[in-house]
Write a new protein. Structure first.
Length: 433
């Protein structure tokens, strides 16, 4: 009887496992292939015979992806979460705010000129007919000369707009609502610093107006959605444009087309939402329909560069007008330049922060006569280092810090004079109009 050969058990196990793995791999691959073929065929059949049902499924997932997410680092006042789509959020914001957005038409009596031919010699040369064309005034005509935008901030008819829209004290102003109703408007107060003004329309008996909801502009972030509404070009009432907040804390010089109004705007919002002539004074909104800014200016010769005043700058104006019918600002009464490394070197100073009190370029006094600064003993070439214990820097400016107070408030100032530090108290006055 022949002897059976020795069998290597481990070798047999290895071969068997290898065979099983190959069979499992090809089996799974075959199942996946069959599944793909069946799924593809079902999709073709569904698209051909049930297009509406398939489209509804696609629209469901598309809407789900388009919902507006909540930004992780966004403040509570500006964060936005919703189960509605991004597009629907814009539609809702524009729809809810539009009844509060108004068009402001500016009207005025202007001289009417006619061309007449006049003999410059008054007939001194008989037989010669000298005739020179000349523009001669022939009375006046009451006509519309411009338009802007605004928005209602209280149910009794207070309207916030730009100062440059209603700055002509010889003009009349008419407010047109979104539904076509019109009301004569009275200018209550012009902001002496910002391009802001508050006007008033009177409701009829039993009538109230729809007021906007004011947001919090301190929580804005670059990239968040911005919606502008206004009377574009003075003829397209309640035009809506959408963009983003492109920048914050901008400083620009703004003027109107005639050059009769010029102002430096600080700490303002830059947006690429289209702001056209006539949009001035209209609201800039977030996705919740809250007002975050007042549309003010556009950059000439640029695409998608517009500017808006943060709404938080206007809240104090609104409250002051409600209680006093005027807008006042605190006033220290010093001219100065911000101290930085270059100023430190130029004027041989021992600090690189604060403000250096100096005369103006045209010899204007460094310290206003009779002002809070003069009464506190501040002098030219003093460096004001701190206000109420806070350092004055390029980011935390003296002007911004003073704006937190009211006329009559007393503040403590740390002064550097001839190398010595001292503290003085100043009772803020009221800024001249």
């Amino acid at each position: 009887m022949d002897k059976l050969p020795d069998i290597d058990i481990k070798q047999v196990e290895t071969k068997v496992l290898k065979i099983l793995k190959n069979k499992i791999f090809w089996g799974v691959s075959l199942l996946i292939l069959i599944g793909c073929i069946v799924g593809f065929s079902a999709g073709i059949i569904g698209m051909r015979y049930f297009p509406s049902q398939v489209n509804a499924i696609f629209q469901y997932f598309k809407a789900s992806e388009a919902t507006v997410p909540k930004a992780e680092n966004q403040t509570k006042s500006t964060s936005y979460t919703s189960d509605i789509s991004y597009e629907q959020a814009i539609i809702n914001a524009a729809k809810n705010v539009s009844p509060s957005v108004v068009s402001i038409v500016i009207s005025k009596n202007l001289p009417v000129y006619e061309q007449q031919f006049i003999d410059p010699f008054g007939g001194a040369f008989p037989g010669f007919n000298f005739q020179i064309p000349q523009q001669v005034q022939n009375g006046t005509k009451y006509q519309d000369i411009g338009a802007g935008s605004g928005f209602i901030v209280s149910e009794d008819g207070l309207i916030l707009t730009n100062k440059h829209v209603v700055s002509d004290n010889k003009a009349d102003y008419t407010v047109f609502m979104n539904d076509g109703k019109k009301y004569p408007a009275k200018v209550l107060a012009l902001d002496p610093v910002q391009d802001l003004a508050v006007i008033k329309i009177e409701p009829q008996e039993g009538e109230t107006f729809s007021a906007v909801t004011l947001g919090d502009s301190d929580g804005l972030q670059i990239g968040q959605t911005a919606i502008a509404i206004g009377n574009a070009l003075g003829q397209f009432r309640n035009t809506v444009s959408v963009g983003v907040v492109s920048g914050l804390g901008r400083t620009v010089s703004a003027s109107n087309q005639t050059g009769s109004f010029s102002e430096t705007l600080q700490d303002i919002i830059q947006t690429d939402a289209a702001i056209n002539e006539g949009n001035s004074g209209g609201p800039l909104l977030n996705l919740k329909g809250e007002v975050i800014g007042i549309n003010t200016a556009m950059a000439q010769g640029a695409q998608g560069i517009g500017f808006a005043i943060p709404i938080n700058m206007a809240k104090n104006d609104i409250e002051q007008v409600k209680t006093t019918n005027k807008i006042v600002y605190p006033f220290l009464g010093v001219r100065y330049i911000t101290v930085d490394s270059q100023t430190k070197e130029k004027y041989n100073l021992s600090v690189d922060y604060g403000v250096l009190v100096l005369k103006g370029d045209k010899g204007e006094a460094a310290v206003t006569k009779g002002s809070a600064a003069e009464k506190a003993g501040i002098k030219e070439k003093d460096v004001i280092l701190e206000l109420n214990g806070q350092k004055i820097t390029a980011d935390n400016t003296l002007a911004k810090m003073i704006m937190k107070f009211k006329p009559g408030d007393t503040v403590s100032l740390k002064i550097l004079r001839d190398g010595n530090e001292m503290s003085v108290d100043a009772t803020l006055g009221e800024r001249p109009q």
